[in-house]
Design a binder for this molecule. Structure first.
Ligand SMILES: [Zn+2]
Length: 133
C-alpha cells in the first residue's frame, strides 16, 4: 500500500493543474513500514523536456533534492495532461535505474485521477494507494 498524506496529495493536484498543458514532475520522499510506503515530503521539479507529452528532470536538481531531503526517495511523480494515468511506452522505456521506485501518474483526462505503479522489466503493476487521514 502506498500511503499519501492529504497535504502532499493536494500539492500534486495543484502542481499538475499549474503545469497544464505541460506535464508536471516531482520527487516524493518517505519511508517504508512493513509492506507500506508512507510519503513524507514532495519536491516539485522543473520539467526541462521540450515536448508537451513527456518529462525530463534536470540532473543537478535531482541530485541536490536527494542530498537535501531528510528521507529516502520512494517515488517519481508526473502528470498526463491528456492521457489516462497509465505509464506510456516512453515512461516504461525511460525507466532506467528507477525500477525500485514507485511511479505516480496523475491524469487530467477528465476528472483528476491518480494511479501508483511499479515498473519492472517492462511490466507495469498497479500499486494500491490511499490518502492518509
Ligand atoms: Zn507518463
Amino acid at each position: 500500500m502506498f500511503i499519501i498524506s492529504e497535504n502532499i496529495y493536494e500539492q500534486l493536484i495543484q502542481d499538475g493543474k499549474k503545469a497544464l498543458p505541460r506535464e508536471a514532475v516531482g520527487l516524493i520522499f518517505g519511508r517504508k513500514e512493513g509492506t507500506s510506503e508512507i510519503t513524507e515530503s514532495y519536491v516539485a521539479a522543473e520539467n526541462i523536456s521540450s515536448s508537451q507529452s513527456s518529462f525530463e528532470f534536470d540532473k543537478k536538481f535531482f541530485e541536490t533534492a536527494i542530498a537535501s531531503a531528510g528521507s529516502s526517495l520512494i517515488a517519481l511523480f508526473h502528470t498526463h495532461p491528456n492521457d489516462l494515468p497509465i505509464p506510456s511506452r516512453k515512461d516504461i522505456d525511460g525507466i532506467g535505474d528507477w525500477t525500485h521506485l514507485k511511479h505516480l501518474i496523475l491524469s487530467f483526462y477528465g476528472e483528476p485521477k491518480l494511479k501508483v505503479w511499479g515498473i519492472f522489466n517492462s511490466q507495469i503493476v498497479p500499486e494500491p494507494w490511499r490518502i492518509a487521514k
